[in-house]
Write a protein that binds this ligand. Structure first.
Ligand SMILES: [Zn+2]
Length: 289
């Protein structure tokens, strides 16, 4: 899955340090990460490159996370970078802003995972410039990953949205779905965000009933996956159909839902990093009966 980067090790503990030339720097504009163009190759810019491109902004490096000896940093908001360095990110000949979904397939995978994590934190930092209590300006804590209000002292921590995903078994068939009105057009599984006050098990039952109109039983926890694209942590379950197999589709959410035979479940390597795909393949291969 996307977080599986062994033999490298991901470190998200808060251990700020000074950047080295080989460290990576993440800059986002309207959710799009900035890449440095090295010939035809798109690379996440190193600190050495950032010093050349944006020399007037390097005092504001914000620690992100590390993978082995390489640390990732933010450099703050892109509009300020443009003002400080008298440039437009969209007009730099040696750079390109890409859709964040590039991190689904970007290699090396450890940089991709750092990028997804960066995307999650970028959104959190972006929406926490001001205090929710008193509207005072927030500043970065020096002790932990948090923002502190400079007026009232309120401390705000990064938020993660819990999400469930459920693979519903009916004998040798699995319920596969396709989203309505979304960029992602491959087969998926029933999934949804947990509501406040709800257990994850209740979320499974509610989402299944809402999206496909059936009941499930015998929930079995499978694995989880941090998924920074939607600022979430996805918890995967297998479940068995309980009763009637007739589908009533929520057409606002889904374009299709089919009971697919184990042997017919598609293999699609481009989608291989997601928990969705991992669960479908676990059923297809007989790892999950
Ligand atoms: Zn405040």
């Amino acid at each position: 899955m996307i977080q599986d980067i062994a033999p490298k090790t991901f470190h998200n503990e808060f251990t700020p340090k000074a950047p080295k030339d080989t460290d990576l720097v993440f800059i986002f504009q309207k959710g799009k990460p900035l890449f440095y163009l090295d010939g035809t190759e798109k690379k996440i810019p190193t600190y050495a490159i950032i010093k050349e491109l944006f020399p007037n902004s390097i005092k504001r490096m914000v620690y992100l996370c590390s993978v082995d000896e390489v640390t990732g940093f933010f450099i703050g908001n892109s509009e300020r970078i443009e003002v400080e360095n008298n440039c437009k990110l969209t007009e730099l000949s040696n750079c390109a802003l890409e859709d964040v979904r590039i991190f689904r397939t970007y290699v090396p995978s450890w940089q991709s995972y750092m990028g997804i994590t960066a995307s999650h934190l970028y959104k959190w930092y972006k929406y926490h410039k001001y205090c929710g209590h008193c509207a005072g300006e927030m500043e970065h804590s020096k002790k932990e990953r948090a923002m502190i209000c400079t007026k009232c002292g309120f401390t705000d921590y990064p938020k993660i949205c819990p999400v469930i995903i459920v693979a519903i078994k009916n004998g040798d068939k699995l319920l596969l779905t396709k989203y309505a009105n979304r960029g992602f057009t491959r087969y998926a599984l029933v999934a949804g965000f947990c509501e406040i006050g709800e257990t994850v098990e209740e979320t499974v039952h509610r989402e299944v009933m809402e999206e496909v109109g059936i009941k499930v039983k015998n929930l079995t926890y499978y694995k989880s996956q941090p998924w920074g694209f939607s600022e979430s942590l996805i918890m995967g379950f297998f479940a068995e159909l309980d009763g009637d197999a007739d589908i009533t589709l929520d057409r606002d959410e889904l374009a299709e839902a089919v009971w697919m035979d184990r042997k017919d479940i598609p293999t699609d390597t481009e989608n291989g990093l997601s928990i969705t795909y991992t669960m479908m393949q676990a059923f297809k291969n007989g790892d999950v009966i």
